[in-house]
Design a binder for this molecule. Structure first.
Ligand code: KIV
Ligand code: ZN
Length: 504
């Protein structure tokens, strides 16, 4: 295979390393939605899951393989036949399948995880690659904890797996341990000491335990790696993975590196918001590229300098990462055209949006708020209410709460379940509690509420609130979120969002 020597392959693992974080789990249809947006973004590889880990993960890889055309679809395995068989079956429909298999490479893992020896582990790695290669052409090998592995042994292992057929060799800094120069030196060492290294692409997979994941990934590619494994918003195990938007913008801003990717950065803002909402992972305001403050200039000196010449304080044009300049303000008087313009600006595919339905909900909201912000629109598009539901979902029809003086709050809820309306009234120690009690008496289940968070989207007393909930039922947790200008309704939406997940 001929590769452009200056092309950096972007391997997205939001749906595998990112999704394995507690609370981030997605349904298959949510994964498809994100995968299609990753395709639009221009990623080269989508790691779709770890098929042997659960029937849900297996099915997601199957469905993603059908839904995605361009990017390679990759399935993770450990170095054993059962895992690889499962990956092969899950990739049946993939146009460009890849199996990502591997084993621990550090003495720590060899001794304390596998209770084995270097030679035995190397042989298992080689066997796994050979077995995977008997099914697919594209086999990536990961040498887990390579950041702490003995270098000479790592080189021996990498040479052996390439000889066995690996097309990509992944050198993960699994524990986010390395310093950038140290990690770069590891890649350089492999480039210089593995005889057959030119037959494979070196991949970097860095974790962020010391906040160095992006720096380490860049150091890796400066020393010869040509694939970066990363996630949207840098989500992932513990402190997360390398952030896709950061590495892509580094390549764009630092043209002198003479390295490039296929990423269309204009989709970042939209996708970052979507992943954050769907995975219940707020983006820290000072997060590079996509944080709320990433392009906000607050000190007087900065504002003055920015207004004189924006490049004084801006190395990236916010529009290049999809952060809109709000030249048309949306209000209750805005028409469908203005709404469409803003939705397109935020990266929505208008063909996939039922504009009339969204416009009705927009007007509802605009009646309650003076101005509709981008955050409001984003919540409107994925608000944990009817827009996201399917035929069998439980829907909220009406909610009335009575609270007067010192009397106990009382909520009356009407739900639509399989086209039938059911109503219940209940009291509680507050309006939210009364609403949840009423819902529970209709659905006949009483999950325990493990987490409950309310967040104002923009500020201001007429603001939209976002409520996130985590419910526990029969030992499994289900997350839900909802939006509304009324926090009781936002809570009910969040509760129903989670309920629909455990009933589906
Ligand atoms: O961090 C890691 O080592 C991994 C491997 C499974 C690739 O995620
Ligand atoms: Zn990882």
């Amino acid at each position: 295979m001929l590769h452009d020597p200056n092309h950096i392959y972007i391997f997205d693992t939001t749906l595998r390393d990112g999704e394995q974080v507690p609370g981030c789990q997605l349904t298959t249809s949510e994964k498809i939605e994100i995968a299609q947006e990753l395709e639009l973004l221009g990623v080269d590889v989508i790691e779709a899951g770890f098929p042997i880990s659960s029937p849900g993960d297996f099915q997601s890889v199957v469905e993603l393989s059908k839904a995605v055309k361009e990017p390679i679809i990759c399935a993770l395995t450990r170095a054993n036949k059962g895992d690889i068989d499962s990956a092969v079956a899950s990739l049946k429909y993939a146009k460009r399948p890849r199996i990502h298999t591997g084993i621990g490479a550090s003495d720590m893992h060899i001794q304390y995880k596998f209770n084995s020896t270097r030679d035995e582990i190397l042989a298992r790695g080689v066997e796994a690659v050979k077995y995977a290669k008997s099914f697919v052409e594209d086999v990536e090998f990961y040498a887990e904890d390579a950041g702490r592995a003995d270098l000479a042994y790592l080189a021996r292992m990498i040479e052996a797996v390439i000889a066995a057929g690996a097309t990509v060799v992944n050198i993960p800094d699994t524990n986010g341990y390395c310093l950038p120069d140290e990690y770069g030196a590891r890649i350089k060492y492999l480039k210089e000491n593995v005889k057959n290294i030119e037959q494979a692409i070196i991949s970097v997979h860095c974790h962020n335990d010391l906040g160095l994941a992006t720096a380490n990934s860049i150091s890796g590619i400066q020393n010869g790696a040509r694939q970066i494994e990363c996630t949207i918003n840098g989500i992932g195990e513990r402190a997360g993975n390398t952030s896709l938007e950061e590495v892509a913008m580094i390549l764009k801003v630092h043209q002198t590196l003479n390295l490039h990717s296929n990423i269309n950065s204009k989709h970042f803002y939209h996708l970052s918001n979507k992943v954050s909402r769907m995975m219940n992972m707020p983006v820290q305001p000072n997060k590079a590229i996509v944080g709320k403050n990433a392009f906000a200039h607050s000190s007087g000196i900065h504002q003055d300098g920015f207004l004189k010449h924006r490049q004084n304080y801006e190395i990236i044009n916010p529009e290049d990462v999809g952060i809109p300049s709000a030249e048309i303000v949306l209000t209750a008087r805005s028409g469908r055209h203005a709404l469409k313009h803003h939705l397109e600006r935020l990266g929505y595919l208008i063909e996939k949006v039922n504009l009339n339905e969204v416009y009705d909900r927009f007007l509802n909201l605009a009646d309650q708020k003076k101005e509709i912000t981008d955050n409001d629109l984003l919540s409107l598009m994925g608000d944990g209410t009817e827009a996201n539901y399917n035929e069998s979902s439980i829907k909220m029809k009406t909610l009335n709460v009575i609270m007067s003086g010192d009397s106990i709050p009382e909520a009356t809820v009407t739900l639509e379940i399989s086209s039938q309306e059911k109503q219940a009234t209940a009291t509680g120690n507050g309006p939210v509690n009364a609403t949840i009690n009423a819902i529970e008496s209709i659905i006949g289940k009483k999950p325990s509420l493990k987490e409950f968070n309310i967040q104002a989207m923009n500020g201001g007393s007429d603001d939209i609130s976002r409520v996130d909930m985590l419910l526990l039922l029969d030992g499994k947790s289900y997350d839900g979120y909802g939006f509304s200008t009324d926090i009781v309704r936002a809570s009910a939406n969040a509760y129903l969002d989670a309920v629909n997940k455990f009933l589906s």
